[in-house]
Write a protein that binds this ligand. Sequence first.
Ligand SMILES: Cc1cc2nc3c(=O)[nH]c(=O)nc-3n(C[C@H](O)[C@H](O)[C@H](O)COP(=O)(O)O)c2cc1C
Length: 383
Amino acid sequence: MQFSRRSFIRILGGSAIIMAPIACSPGSEAPDPTAPWTDAVTANNLITFALSHALLAPNPHNRQPWMVQLHDETAATLFVDPSKDLPETDPFDRQITIGLGCFLEVLAIAANNQGFEAKIDYFPEGFNEQTLDKKPIAEIKLLRVSSLLPDPLFSQILYRRTNRKPFTEQQVTAKNLAAITEKTLGTNNGFASSAAQIEQLRELTVAAAKIEFETPHTYMESVDLMRIGSAEIAQNPDGISIDIPMIGLLKAFGIVSKKALADQTSSAFKQGLKQYSDAAASAGNFVWISTNTNTRIDQIETGRTYVRQNLLATKLGLSMQPLSQALQEYPEMQHLLKEAHTITQTDGQRLQMLARIGYAATGNASPRFPLSAKLIEHENNQR
Ligand SMILES: Cc1cc2nc3c(=O)[nH]c(=O)nc-3n(C[C@H](O)[C@H](O)[C@H](O)COP(=O)(O)O)c2cc1C
């Protein structure tokens, strides 16, 4: 379906979405990179309401790989933005696809809150297992259903975070772990059931972080995506935000810079690895998602499951952080990928997500591009 300029403006015109481009000319003020977290509720037509919530979904390295073509107030097509891929740590776009699954689930929850069911047709033109291509990821149609029960997770969308702070020693109850890992879609969900298994997973995730940090081709992929200080974050509200106290001074003196972070002998590099490892080592427990096969549909369903787990954890006052390093496909990680399956007793399946879960101080909202930056106006503009 071709989407005309007039209907594009009409659909957006009914909403309060910020339309300012994200890149700023010198001297102009960049938009607040966390504004999408408050704008979501003010979008006042159905499709922009659903999409404005969807773009708050978790996604790998905060690449926000989604692009959307609007058709009308109840229909849209989801595409991947191929420039947001992570070729070193996600060579087959497995994690990017999981992120798109998270997007679709949050969209469905938001639509449900408005009394609509999201009918989502995955990969209507087929898919490529090696890399995501320009074919649609999903056709979305929102259908009014009079007897729809409200999804209790809707209220958590604006409060969900990936929390990278150290967790306290407070234990997560077996009841909460069972609720969070309850089977809803086609994935298999698990959690660590003994102190020994938790300890093995702590050691695994710390070891995997060390490999990723110390392997230049994977670590440099992250360095390239680091946004240091509030001005850089506002100009590029994606990737890995570094906004610690006194960052202006640390940046001015070259103590924290991409160059310093890339240097494995620098204090910035050592501090970054220590912080990540200390967080992994403080895990109260771990939850995981595996699938019997590893198709694109499995990956989408993993994303849909993961974000529901993250939202339910938020509702229960729990924090989560995926620790994906051991699950990645590059050669240097293969022995730990195997070990991850052994520890979680998922041999023969594909472990798709592994996250620590526990109690921590509330995390900050991560930056987002506004919806206006993610819309494709015409089919011809796709790629
Ligand atoms: C497939 C996938 C893998 C992820 N892996 C990691 C990870 O290894 N470490 C981490 O800190 N966060 C990881 N995340 C979380 C993202 O970095 C996070 O969702 C993104 O930065 C946006 O932040 P938010 O979740 O707080 O909105 C992952 C998320 C997804 C969907």
